[in-house]
Write a protein that binds this ligand. Structure first.
Ligand SMILES: Cc1cc2nc3c(=O)[nH]c(=O)nc-3n(C[C@H](O)[C@H](O)[C@H](O)COP(=O)(O)OP(=O)(O)OC[C@H]3O[C@@H](n4cnc5c(N)ncnc54)[C@H](O)[C@@H]3O)c2cc1C
Length: 164
């Protein structure tokens, strides 16, 4: 991906990156539908193993995003948390704090029930912090998508020093 403007805001500490993944809760999934972009907000789960980030999504078993990714599995995603607007003396000193993560990867619709159960557990862990187990039947009726993340970047905009 391109180098980041405002490089001083780039986050490279993996613990800070995992915090963004734990706290954001909603991911904006970018797809390419023919020659048009298509963006869908979704809840997600993640696993981070052996330096590899995997994102898990659940959804109905049909719909536009699945149709699009069957044709073109390339995706881009963004998530953020820690959104706090702040004020300044002039308009250009107003702003907002955030921590965000963006990345690209490939999407695959998962059919294997055991993998789907693991995906749903990862999703519930990310969303609630709790451990949930799933029966085969529960996994069979939902769609599950795995995103193999190829690369990602993270960024943090803190409160300006004078406001801390
Ligand atoms: C905070 C949040 C979290 C969500 N979490 C999930 C999740 O975890 N799993 C999940 O499956 N869905 C989730 N949704 C709903 C999701 O955004 C889509 O509506 C849904 O997944 C259907 O997408 P689709 O591509 O199959 O659209 P389809 O149902 O096939 O819809 C086709 C058309 O409907 C319109 N449309 C679809 N979704 C939206 C929308 N959200 N807002 C406005 N117009 C829309 C668009 O014009 C689209 O072209 C969430 C939505 C929000 C806002």
């Amino acid at each position: 991906m391109n180098g980041m403007t405002r490089r001083e805001r780039q986050v490279t500490d993996i613990n800070e990156i995992l915090k963004i993944l734990d706290n954001s809760k909603v991911l904006h999934l970018g797809l390419v539908d023919g020659d048009e972009p298509y963006v869908v907000p979704m809840n997600y789960g993640y696993t981070y193993e052996n330096d590899k980030l995997t994102i898990w999504l659940h959804c109905a078993r049909q719909g536009r995003k699945l149709d699009v990714m069957r044709v073109n599995p390339k995706v881009f995603f963004e998530m953020e948390y820690g959104i706090t607007p702040f004020e300044g003396e002039v308009a250009c000193k107003y702003g907002i704090t955030y921590s965000s993560l963006m990345g690209r990867g490939t999407a695959e619709i998962i059919e294997d029930v055991e993998t789907k159960k693991l995906a749903l557990s990862a999703l519930m862990k990310t969303q609630t912090g709790k451990d949930f187990q799933f029966e085969d039947r529960m996994a069979e009726v939902v769609g599950v998508v795995r995103i193999d993340v190829i690369e990602f970047t993270a960024k943090h905009r803190p409160l300006p020093k004078e406001l801390r």
